[in-house]
Design a protein around this ligand. Structure first.
Ligand code: URA
Length: 236
């Protein structure tokens, strides 16, 4: 692929814009030598205004999502893409969230531009556990754990029961819940089905991948070791 197209596909501008960036000498190699639009593509050696290029296609990143942001671009208000560099919205192939978190849910959210990887993460076959911490409006009664583990709990307007899920009480009104599938608003609907209201919800893990020390509202690109962690079923 031509260098100009590669840089345009990363969202730095239209091909025309990027042509201008070349003419203005803004695109250089790592030593500061000006590059030209038809120079060979060597991603790691390219600088735009002195900065390394954004990661190439095949990008997987994590965001520590705060409450108040939605995952759908169609929704009104703040969207999770507002927390990423603006040009990430213009990438080709497009970057999308891996599944969704509700506006009022915080925590680990993944994004990728790799359709196969996305499918592998969300596919029920991969059985990647998703781990949430829920804060409830009322104290746990003690019967919740067995109901969630039963494999027979049915959500309203659904026809197949939920897979067994593991509930670990943490405090009177706080519990960790491990899911092995991802249905619409699943955690809130599960608690609603047994008479509880979820006041706050946070996703802390997918597979073996956690947020680590990533601050709320921040993102980072994931490397090979993170991907291995993701597809491990336990945290490292
Ligand atoms: N379950 C929910 O109810 N909400 C989320 O955001 C994720 C899982």
């Amino acid at each position: 692929m031509k260098l100009v197209k590669h840089i345009a596909n990363l969202g730095y501008g239209s091909r025309k814009d990027v042509q201008w960036m070349f003419r203005e000498g803004r695109i250089t190699d790592a030593d500061g030598e000006v590059l030209y639009a038809d120079d060979p593509l060597d991603h790691d050696n390219v600088r735009v205004d002195g900065e390394p290029l954004d990661p190439p296609p095949g990008l997987l990143l994590m965001l520590n999502k705060p409450v108040g942001y939605t995952c759908s671009m169609k929704d009104r208000g703040r969207v999770v893409f507002d927390l990423l560099p603006a040009r990430f919205r213009e990438r080709n192939p497009a970057l999308s969230t891996v599944g969704r978190l509700d506006r009022d849910t915080s925590g680990l959210l993944l994004f990728t531009d790799d359709g196969q990887l996305l499918h592998r993460i969300i596919s029920p076959k991969s059985k990647l556990p998703k781990v949430y911490v829920a804060t409830l409006a009322e104290d746990l009664r003690g019967d919740e754990r067995a109901t969630f583990a039963s494999g027979s709990l049915m959500l309203e307007s659904e026809t197949t029961p939920l897979l067994p899920a593991e509930l670990e009480p943490l405090e009177a009104r706080r519990a960790r819940l491990v899911l092995h599938e991802g249905r619409y608003h699943q955690v809130r609907r599960m608690f609603a089905a047994i008479g509880h209201h979820v006041q706050a919800l946070h996703r802390e893990r997918i597979g073996g991948l956690t947020l680590g020390d990533l601050p709320e509202g921040q993102w980072r690109a994931l490397g090979a070791a993170d991907r291995d962690r993701l597809f491990a079923t336990e945290p490292a």
